[in-house]
Design a protein around this ligand. Structure first.
Ligand SMILES: Nc1nc2c(ncn2[C@@H]2O[C@H](COP(=O)(O)O[C@H]3[C@@H](O)[C@H](n4cnc5c(=O)[nH]c(N)nc54)O[C@@H]3COP(=O)(O)O)[C@@H](O)[C@H]2O)c(=O)[nH]1
Length: 624
């Protein structure tokens, strides 16, 4: 069933071959007829010319005999034509129209009378010439030539033409057969390519959906069920980016082999997108569909050996069953897609079975996206700022810009809820740009307010990093707002960095080159690979608040390790989520560089932060 469905391509090539043959025969017949007519006319013309010359010779040589009525000499002269090959008869008449002398080749009748009707052209050719002397007509010569030579020549010519045509047709037929074979082979190739994914040799998206339609029709007719599994690789992009396209292709081939091995004989297995696969299979119930989906996730959890390295592809699988989860093919695909989306959102490397509530969830996300877009356009968003402090001196050093959305009906909506929606829809690019501009404009005024060069930290999403012109956006924003590059800090989460290492590193190098500071957010929660710290041109690590929460208890080992690692790499460290004095005291003792949290200041509107800054400056001045 995985073989692409065959269509009889021979039909087209047969028609093409027959058409070519008919065209060749017609062309030969027409060309033959034209040549024949031309040849006939040419032969007749030549014979007529020859007869006219002969008649003129007779007329010139017979005039004296006619004048002196010397019949003997005239007959003698006419007999000299006995060796003329096509002559039938020649006769000379005097001025009164009386026969004066004649000659006929054996077997032919005497010369025709002067006034005789000419025979049809395929029998003989008759010419009449005047015999004259000094302008007076002495008589006439009638000469009849046989056309049998033309007939013979034409028969030979036709035979030659037929032979040549048959030869040409034979060659044409051979060529047509060869062409037909080539066309049929090309059609088969096209057919194969139209239905097959060239990398994995599985059927492609179009063929998979065609097979899905067929399976659903069969199951509907039989009153049975069918399962559709959509399988999306979790780490394909990372493998492609890190190990190159050949390794990526190899991974796809290995995954395809695994899926073929897991699926049963007759199941449809196709590659429907870059790293998306589908399996369609008849099932008795949900349990059977679930069991197959579990086998798929299990199989893809195993590492693959690719180009000498171990690669973990892992997959998210969305499963649904026909007709229980959807009555039509389009609905079934949409349900499986919804389930897949949930599998991914739930943390990937897992299976999600479709449930009707999932659709409601997606509808809410879509509504949220629409409303968020409107909020951005109509000024419904605001940037809050959470102050950051130097741990040792407890002086304010800057603030983190945090987006806020007060929904007209639902009130405050957490960025933790709407930022992922904005990321999924791509709206994060416009949102992020807006936040960057607001934050830079605001921070550019802080020096005038408190005389300090406070920096502003802005969160950056992976979608922004992937934008080709993101660095230009940053440069333009700094220029437009007048904020020095050294006072802007871009925060990129650890997991985001690992999603697209190449774009991230390239952007970071360029951003560092213009003086912008870079910080890794939520450090310790992502890839947990410390090796890449060397390759990322960063300035700072921000310890996730989950670790700070458990200070001075369980978190101490990890926070100590991060602080000492940062020291080795000459990076500063920000502890986020500092909520009590005990945590701050511990961080101060451990040598943490900066602290941020509810203890020191909650995220607040720009006005409130300015007041805090002023108060802070006054307090610092009084203390010194
Ligand atoms: N790409 C962008 N992401 C953004 C932007 N604005 C916010 N975000 C991200 O949304 C997530 C949630 O943010 P938020 O609800 O604002 O939470 C931040 C702080 O309010 C919270 N915080 C700070 N101190 C404390 C504390 O002491 N206790 C406590 N319970 N929470 C605290 O932590 C969040 C700080 O986030 P971050 O430093 O970025 O990790 C969050 O992931 C934001 O990044 C945006 O404009 N763009």
């Amino acid at each position: 069933m995985n073989n692409p469905p065959k269509r009889d391509g021979a039909q087209l090539s047969t028609m093409l071959g027959a058409g070519q043959l008919a065209a060749a025969v017609s062309a030969l017949v027409i060309a033959g007829l034209i040549l024949l007519v031309y040849q006939l006319l040419a032969q007749q013309q030549a014979l007529a010319n020859e007869a006219r010359v002969q008649a003129a010779i007779v007329a010139d040589n017979i005039s004296a005999s006619l004048m002196f009525r010397d019949r003997e000499a005239a007959s003698e002269m006419l007999r000299s034509f006995r060796s003329a090959p096509v002559l039938q008869s020649v006769a000379v008449y005097d001025a009164d129209g009386e026969l004066f002398a004649d000659y006929s080749t054996p077997g032919h009748a005497p010369a025709a009378r002067l006034d005789a009707v000419a025979a049809p052209p395929w029998q003989s050719l008759r010419v009449v010439a005047d015999v004259g002397y000094r302008g007076a007509r002495l008589g006439r010569v009638v000469l009849v030539n046989s056309t049998i030579g033309i007939r013979d020549a034409m028969v030979r010519y036709i035979a030659l033409l037929v032979l040549a045509s048959l030869g040409a047709l034979l060659v044409a037929q051979l060529l047509v057969r060869k062409t037909r074979a080539r066309v049929a082979a090309a059609e088969r190739e096209l057919e194969y390519l139209a239905h097959t994914d060239p990398v994995t040799t599985l059927i492609n998206r179009r063929a998979t959906y065609a097979q899905l339609e067929r399976v659903l029709a069969e199951r509907a007719a039989a009153g049975g069920r069918a399962a559709l599994l959509l399988i999306d690789l979790d780490n394909f992009k990372a493998v492609n980016d890190a190990a190159g396209h050949n390794a990526g292709d190899e991974l796809l081939r290995r995954v395809a082999m695994e899926l073929r091995a897991v699926a049963r004989e007759g199941d449809v297995v196709g590659r429907i997108g870059g790293d998306e696969f589908a399996i369609v299979t008849p099932v008795a119930d949900h349990a059977e569909a679930r069991a197959l989906a579990q086998r798929v996730t299990e199989a893809l959890r195993q590492p693959f050996q690719i180009e000498g390295s171990e690669v973990f592809a892992t997959a998210s699988v969305g499963a649904c069953t026909f007709p229980d989860d959807a009555a039509t093919m389009a609905q079934l695909v949409s349900s499986a897609d919804t389930a897949l989306y949930h599998a991914k959102k739930a943390g990937r490397n897992r299976l999600a079975e479709f449930a009707p509530e999932m659709t409601l969830h997606i509808q809410r996300r879509l509504r949220l996206e629409r409303e968020l877009r409107r909020a951005l356009e109509t000024g419904g968003l605001e940037v809050f700022y959470q102050p950051q402090f130097d741990c040792a001196s407890e002086r304010m050093v800057g603030a983190e810009a945090l987006l806020r959305w007060r929904h007209p009906e639902h009130g405050f909506i957490s960025p933790a809820e709407f930022i992922p929606v904005a990321e999924d829809s791509g709206l994060i690019v416009a949102l992020g740009q807006w936040v960057l501009e607001q934050a830079c404009r605001e921070a550019a005024q802080w020096r005038g307010l408190c005389g300090l060069e406070l920096s502003v930290a802005v969160n950056v999403s992976v979608r922004q990093l992937r934008e080709k012109d993101f660095l230009d956006v940053v440069i333009r924003t700094l220029e437009a707002t007048g904020l020095p590059a050294g006072q802007l800090e871009l925060e990129v989460t650890e997991s985001v960095l690992m999603e697209d290492v190449q774009s991230a590193v390239q952007f970071m190098r360029e951003a560092r080159a213009i003086g912008v500071r870079l910080s890794i957010d939520d450090f310790g929660t992502g890839y947990s690979s410390l090796a890449y710290l060397q390759s990322f041109p960063i300035n700072q690590l921000k310890i996730d608040r989950g670790f700070i929460e458990s200070l001075p208890g369980d978190g101490t080992t990890i926070v100590n390790a991060v602080i000492s690692l940062a020291r080795d790499f000459q990076l500063s460290v920000v502890a986020e989520g500092v909520e009590n004095r005990e945590q701050l005291a511990w961080l101060q003792r451990a040598g943490c560089t900066y602290a941020q949290g509810y203890l020191l200041g909650k995220p607040m509107p720009a006005d409130a932060l300015r007041q805090t800054m002023r108060a802070h400056t006054v307090a610092a001045e009084q203390a010194s």
